[in-house]
Design a protein around this ligand. Sequence first.
Ligand SMILES: [Zn+2]
Length: 314
Amino acid sequence: MAAFVIALAFWGSAGMVRAQYLPRHAPLPEAAPRPAAAPEGPEADANTLSAEAGEEPETPPTAPIPAKRPEPPRQMAGLPTPPPPADEHEPGPGSGETAPVAGPPVPPEIAPVPPSKPPLIRKVILRPTPPPAPARLACRADLRRLGVKFEERAPLSDPAAGCSVPNPIEVSALSSSVGIGPGAVMNCALADQLARFVRDTASPSAERIFDSPIASIRQASAYVCRDRHGTERISEHAFGNAIDIAEFVLKDGTTIDVKDYGDSDPKRTEFLDEVRQAACGPFRTVLGPGADADHSLHFHFDLEPRKSKNAFCQ
Ligand SMILES: [Zn+2]
Protein backbone atom coordinates (compact mmCIF):
# COMPACT_ATOMS: atom_id res chain seq x y z
CA MET A 1 0.00 0.00 0.00
CA ALA A 2 2.85 2.29 0.87
CA ALA A 3 4.50 1.49 -2.38
CA PHE A 4 1.29 2.24 -4.22
CA VAL A 5 1.04 5.57 -2.45
CA ILE A 6 4.61 6.39 -3.30
CA ALA A 7 4.02 5.39 -6.85
CA LEU A 8 0.98 7.57 -7.02
CA ALA A 9 2.92 10.45 -5.52
CA PHE A 10 5.69 10.04 -8.07
CA TRP A 11 3.24 9.83 -10.88
CA GLY A 12 1.48 12.87 -9.65
CA SER A 13 4.66 14.94 -9.43
CA ALA A 14 5.73 13.83 -12.88
CA GLY A 15 2.34 14.82 -14.16
CA MET A 16 2.69 18.20 -12.60
CA VAL A 17 6.05 18.67 -14.23
CA ARG A 18 4.66 17.53 -17.54
CA ALA A 19 1.74 19.82 -17.06
CA GLN A 20 4.09 22.68 -16.19
CA TYR A 21 6.05 22.37 -19.43
CA LEU A 22 3.21 21.62 -21.82
CA PRO A 23 0.92 24.38 -23.14
CA ARG A 24 -2.51 24.14 -21.72
CA HIS A 25 -4.09 24.78 -25.10
CA ALA A 26 -3.23 25.99 -28.60
CA PRO A 27 -2.16 29.62 -28.87
CA LEU A 28 -4.99 31.95 -29.55
CA PRO A 29 -4.96 33.64 -32.89
CA GLU A 30 -4.55 37.31 -32.85
CA ALA A 31 -7.77 39.09 -32.64
CA ALA A 32 -9.12 40.16 -35.97
CA PRO A 33 -9.25 43.90 -36.35
CA ARG A 34 -12.51 45.13 -35.27
CA PRO A 35 -14.56 47.03 -37.68
CA ALA A 36 -14.35 50.69 -37.12
CA ALA A 37 -17.07 51.98 -35.03
CA ALA A 38 -19.86 53.57 -36.90
CA PRO A 39 -19.49 57.28 -36.83
CA GLU A 40 -21.83 58.97 -34.59
CA GLY A 41 -24.14 60.86 -36.80
CA PRO A 42 -27.43 62.47 -36.40
CA GLU A 43 -29.17 59.26 -37.24
CA ALA A 44 -27.43 57.47 -34.36
CA ASP A 45 -28.41 60.22 -32.05
CA ALA A 46 -31.93 60.11 -33.31
CA ASN A 47 -32.06 56.36 -32.71
CA THR A 48 -30.62 56.85 -29.30
CA LEU A 49 -33.05 59.56 -28.46
CA SER A 50 -36.00 57.62 -29.74
CA ALA A 51 -34.87 54.61 -27.78
CA GLU A 52 -34.51 56.71 -24.72
CA ALA A 53 -37.98 58.09 -25.28
CA GLY A 54 -39.29 54.58 -25.14
CA GLU A 55 -40.37 54.45 -28.70
CA GLU A 56 -39.47 51.45 -30.64
CA PRO A 57 -37.04 52.49 -33.28
CA GLU A 58 -38.22 51.69 -36.73
CA THR A 59 -34.79 50.86 -37.81
CA PRO A 60 -34.97 48.87 -41.01
CA PRO A 61 -32.68 45.95 -41.33
CA THR A 62 -30.78 47.67 -44.02
CA ALA A 63 -29.81 51.28 -44.57
CA PRO A 64 -32.78 53.25 -45.76
CA ILE A 65 -32.77 54.25 -49.39
CA PRO A 66 -33.52 57.90 -49.64
CA ALA A 67 -36.53 58.65 -51.68
CA LYS A 68 -35.67 60.08 -55.06
CA ARG A 69 -36.45 63.72 -55.12
CA PRO A 70 -38.68 64.53 -57.99
CA GLU A 71 -36.98 66.84 -60.36
CA PRO A 72 -38.89 69.99 -61.14
CA PRO A 73 -39.88 70.46 -64.71
CA ARG A 74 -36.97 71.98 -66.49
CA GLN A 75 -39.06 74.60 -68.14
CA MET A 76 -40.35 75.69 -64.79
CA ALA A 77 -36.86 75.70 -63.39
CA GLY A 78 -35.67 77.83 -66.22
CA LEU A 79 -33.26 75.23 -67.44
CA PRO A 80 -32.75 74.47 -71.06
CA THR A 81 -34.66 71.53 -72.32
CA PRO A 82 -32.24 68.70 -72.90
CA PRO A 83 -32.10 67.24 -76.34
CA PRO A 84 -34.26 64.22 -76.87
CA PRO A 85 -32.66 60.84 -76.62
CA ALA A 86 -30.66 59.60 -79.53
CA ASP A 87 -33.46 57.26 -80.51
CA GLU A 88 -35.76 60.19 -81.08
CA HIS A 89 -33.32 61.87 -83.37
CA GLU A 90 -34.40 62.11 -86.89
CA PRO A 91 -31.86 60.33 -88.97
CA GLY A 92 -29.76 62.79 -90.82
CA PRO A 93 -28.97 62.45 -94.46
CA GLY A 94 -26.75 59.51 -95.02
CA SER A 95 -26.88 58.44 -91.41
CA GLY A 96 -28.24 55.06 -92.38
CA GLU A 97 -25.20 54.30 -94.42
CA THR A 98 -22.83 54.60 -91.54
CA ALA A 99 -25.00 53.35 -88.70
CA PRO A 100 -23.24 50.32 -87.23
CA VAL A 101 -25.29 47.16 -86.84
CA ALA A 102 -23.97 46.53 -83.39
CA GLY A 103 -21.43 48.18 -81.28
CA PRO A 104 -20.92 50.29 -78.26
CA PRO A 105 -23.66 52.74 -77.47
CA VAL A 106 -23.32 55.84 -79.51
CA PRO A 107 -23.64 59.01 -77.52
CA PRO A 108 -26.32 61.32 -78.72
CA GLU A 109 -25.12 63.51 -81.49
CA ILE A 110 -24.31 66.97 -80.48
CA ALA A 111 -24.25 69.56 -83.17
CA PRO A 112 -20.57 70.28 -83.64
CA VAL A 113 -19.67 73.86 -83.07
CA PRO A 114 -17.95 75.04 -86.21
CA PRO A 115 -14.60 76.52 -85.43
CA SER A 116 -14.68 80.23 -85.71
CA LYS A 117 -13.08 81.14 -88.97
CA PRO A 118 -10.29 83.66 -88.80
CA PRO A 119 -11.05 86.89 -90.61
CA LEU A 120 -10.30 86.65 -94.26
CA ILE A 121 -7.26 88.68 -95.06
CA ARG A 122 -7.10 89.50 -98.70
CA LYS A 123 -3.76 89.89 -100.20
CA VAL A 124 -3.59 93.32 -101.65
CA ILE A 125 -1.69 93.41 -104.87
CA LEU A 126 -0.67 96.83 -105.92
CA ARG A 127 -0.72 97.15 -109.65
CA PRO A 128 0.61 99.90 -111.80
CA THR A 129 -1.89 102.27 -113.24
CA PRO A 130 -4.91 100.18 -114.16
CA PRO A 131 -5.64 100.05 -117.86
CA PRO A 132 -8.10 102.77 -118.72
CA ALA A 133 -11.44 101.99 -120.15
CA PRO A 134 -11.81 102.14 -123.92
CA ALA A 135 -13.33 105.61 -123.68
CA ARG A 136 -10.40 106.87 -121.74
CA LEU A 137 -8.00 105.22 -124.15
CA ALA A 138 -9.79 106.81 -127.09
CA CYS A 139 -9.71 110.24 -125.46
CA ARG A 140 -6.00 110.03 -124.80
CA ALA A 141 -5.32 108.81 -128.29
CA ASP A 142 -7.23 111.82 -129.57
CA LEU A 143 -5.12 114.15 -127.42
CA ARG A 144 -1.97 112.71 -128.94
CA ARG A 145 -3.28 113.23 -132.45
CA LEU A 146 -3.98 116.87 -131.54
CA GLY A 147 -0.44 117.23 -130.19
CA VAL A 148 -1.62 117.83 -126.62
CA LYS A 149 1.15 117.42 -124.09
CA PHE A 150 -0.12 115.90 -120.87
CA GLU A 151 0.81 113.63 -118.02
CA GLU A 152 -1.35 111.25 -116.05
CA ARG A 153 -2.08 112.35 -112.53
CA ALA A 154 -3.20 110.36 -109.49
CA PRO A 155 -6.95 110.24 -108.97
CA LEU A 156 -8.35 113.21 -107.08
CA SER A 157 -11.04 112.59 -104.54
CA ASP A 158 -12.52 114.42 -101.59
CA PRO A 159 -15.73 112.56 -100.71
CA ALA A 160 -16.62 114.94 -97.89
CA ALA A 161 -16.58 117.88 -100.25
CA GLY A 162 -17.91 115.96 -103.23
CA CYS A 163 -14.88 116.60 -105.42
CA SER A 164 -13.61 113.86 -107.69
CA VAL A 165 -11.54 113.42 -110.80
CA PRO A 166 -11.00 109.69 -111.32
CA ASN A 167 -8.44 109.98 -114.11
CA PRO A 168 -7.03 113.47 -114.22
CA ILE A 169 -4.29 114.66 -116.51
CA GLU A 170 -2.05 117.67 -116.28
CA VAL A 171 -1.90 119.51 -119.58
CA SER A 172 1.11 121.65 -120.50
CA ALA A 173 0.33 122.23 -124.21
CA LEU A 174 -2.83 122.18 -126.29
CA SER A 175 -0.91 121.45 -129.47
CA SER A 176 2.60 121.45 -130.80
CA SER A 177 2.35 125.27 -131.12
CA VAL A 178 0.04 126.33 -128.27
CA GLY A 179 1.14 126.02 -124.68
CA ILE A 180 -0.97 126.39 -121.55
CA GLY A 181 0.34 127.36 -118.19
CA PRO A 182 0.68 126.84 -115.46
CA GLY A 183 0.11 123.14 -115.91
CA ALA A 184 -3.64 122.59 -115.87
CA VAL A 185 -5.16 119.55 -114.13
CA MET A 186 -8.44 118.52 -115.75
CA ASN A 187 -10.28 115.56 -117.13
CA CYS A 188 -9.47 114.29 -120.61
CA ALA A 189 -12.74 115.39 -122.18
CA LEU A 190 -12.16 119.01 -121.23
CA ALA A 191 -8.58 118.94 -122.53
CA ASP A 192 -9.83 117.47 -125.79
CA GLN A 193 -12.54 120.11 -126.20
CA LEU A 194 -10.23 122.98 -125.28
CA ALA A 195 -7.51 121.84 -127.68
CA ARG A 196 -10.01 121.56 -130.53
CA PHE A 197 -11.58 124.92 -129.72
CA VAL A 198 -8.23 126.73 -129.71
CA ARG A 199 -7.08 125.01 -132.90
CA ASP A 200 -10.37 125.41 -134.83
CA THR A 201 -11.83 128.66 -133.48
CA ALA A 202 -9.73 130.84 -131.14
CA SER A 203 -6.42 130.70 -132.95
CA PRO A 204 -7.99 131.36 -136.40
CA SER A 205 -9.77 134.39 -134.86
CA ALA A 206 -6.43 135.73 -133.57
CA GLU A 207 -4.87 135.17 -136.99
CA ARG A 208 -7.71 136.98 -138.69
CA ILE A 209 -7.80 139.93 -136.24
CA PHE A 210 -4.09 140.19 -135.20
CA ASP A 211 -2.40 138.34 -138.02
CA SER A 212 -0.82 136.09 -135.45
CA PRO A 213 -1.96 132.75 -134.09
CA ILE A 214 -2.27 131.93 -130.42
CA ALA A 215 1.02 130.78 -128.89
CA SER A 216 -0.09 130.16 -125.33
CA ILE A 217 -2.90 130.49 -122.84
CA ARG A 218 -2.56 131.59 -119.24
CA GLN A 219 -5.11 129.76 -117.15
CA ALA A 220 -6.33 131.06 -113.82
CA SER A 221 -7.94 127.89 -112.53
CA ALA A 222 -8.42 124.32 -113.62
CA TYR A 223 -9.10 121.63 -111.00
CA VAL A 224 -10.07 123.19 -107.69
CA CYS A 225 -12.13 121.49 -105.01
CA ARG A 226 -14.60 124.21 -104.18
CA ASP A 227 -18.20 125.36 -104.50
CA ARG A 228 -19.35 127.84 -107.07
CA HIS A 229 -18.70 131.39 -106.00
CA GLY A 230 -21.51 132.68 -103.84
CA THR A 231 -23.41 129.41 -103.85
CA GLU A 232 -23.41 126.03 -102.16
CA ARG A 233 -23.45 124.18 -105.44
CA ILE A 234 -20.28 122.36 -106.22
CA SER A 235 -18.23 123.89 -108.98
CA GLU A 236 -17.39 122.07 -112.18
CA HIS A 237 -13.82 122.87 -111.27
CA ALA A 238 -14.20 120.25 -108.54
CA PHE A 239 -14.54 117.60 -111.28
CA GLY A 240 -11.67 118.83 -113.44
CA ASN A 241 -14.43 119.79 -115.84
CA ALA A 242 -13.80 123.57 -116.06
CA ILE A 243 -11.05 125.95 -117.10
CA ASP A 244 -10.64 129.65 -116.39
CA ILE A 245 -8.68 131.56 -119.07
CA ALA A 246 -7.15 134.84 -117.99
CA GLU A 247 -4.90 135.71 -120.98
CA PHE A 248 -4.12 134.83 -124.57
CA VAL A 249 -0.56 135.29 -125.83
CA LEU A 250 -0.10 135.41 -129.58
CA LYS A 251 2.87 134.18 -131.55
CA ASP A 252 3.99 137.78 -132.25
CA GLY A 253 4.02 138.53 -128.54
CA THR A 254 0.66 140.28 -128.36
CA THR A 255 -1.05 139.70 -125.05
CA ILE A 256 -4.81 139.84 -124.65
CA ASP A 257 -6.03 139.95 -121.10
CA VAL A 258 -9.58 138.79 -120.58
CA LYS A 259 -11.43 141.86 -119.39
CA ASP A 260 -13.90 144.46 -120.54
CA TYR A 261 -11.93 146.82 -122.79
CA GLY A 262 -15.02 148.78 -123.74
CA ASP A 263 -14.28 151.04 -126.67
CA SER A 264 -10.63 151.45 -125.74
CA ASP A 265 -9.39 148.45 -127.74
CA PRO A 266 -11.69 147.38 -130.60
CA LYS A 267 -9.41 144.57 -131.79
CA ARG A 268 -9.09 142.95 -128.36
CA THR A 269 -12.80 143.50 -127.73
CA GLU A 270 -13.64 141.91 -131.10
CA PHE A 271 -11.36 138.99 -130.45
CA LEU A 272 -12.74 138.36 -126.98
CA ASP A 273 -16.37 138.72 -128.13
CA GLU A 274 -15.80 136.34 -131.01
CA VAL A 275 -14.11 133.73 -128.88
CA ARG A 276 -16.74 133.98 -126.17
CA GLN A 277 -19.62 133.63 -128.61
CA ALA A 278 -18.02 130.73 -130.42
CA ALA A 279 -17.37 128.93 -127.15
CA CYS A 280 -21.07 128.86 -126.32
CA GLY A 281 -22.00 125.44 -127.62
CA PRO A 282 -18.74 123.50 -127.63
CA PHE A 283 -18.64 124.36 -123.91
CA ARG A 284 -21.81 123.92 -121.89
CA THR A 285 -21.22 126.92 -119.66
CA VAL A 286 -19.51 130.13 -120.77
CA LEU A 287 -19.05 133.07 -118.44
CA GLY A 288 -16.88 136.16 -118.70
CA PRO A 289 -16.61 139.89 -118.02
CA GLY A 290 -20.02 141.36 -117.41
CA ALA A 291 -21.61 138.10 -116.23
CA ASP A 292 -20.75 138.78 -112.61
CA ALA A 293 -17.98 140.23 -110.54
CA ASP A 294 -16.24 136.87 -110.22
CA HIS A 295 -15.72 136.56 -113.97
CA SER A 296 -14.61 140.11 -114.79
CA LEU A 297 -11.05 139.01 -115.50
CA HIS A 298 -11.37 135.55 -117.04
CA PHE A 299 -13.45 133.29 -119.20
CA HIS A 300 -15.01 130.31 -117.52
CA PHE A 301 -15.53 127.35 -119.85
CA ASP A 302 -16.88 124.03 -118.62
CA LEU A 303 -18.54 120.85 -119.83
CA GLU A 304 -21.27 120.61 -117.22
CA PRO A 305 -23.83 118.07 -118.40
CA ARG A 306 -27.15 119.77 -118.83
CA LYS A 307 -30.60 118.48 -119.59
CA SER A 308 -31.14 121.32 -122.00
CA LYS A 309 -29.53 121.15 -125.38
CA ASN A 310 -28.65 124.80 -125.04
CA ALA A 311 -25.51 125.89 -123.25
CA PHE A 312 -25.62 128.46 -120.52
CA CYS A 313 -23.72 131.56 -121.67
CA GLN A 314 -23.46 135.01 -120.11
ZN1 LIG B 1 -14.33 128.92 -113.44
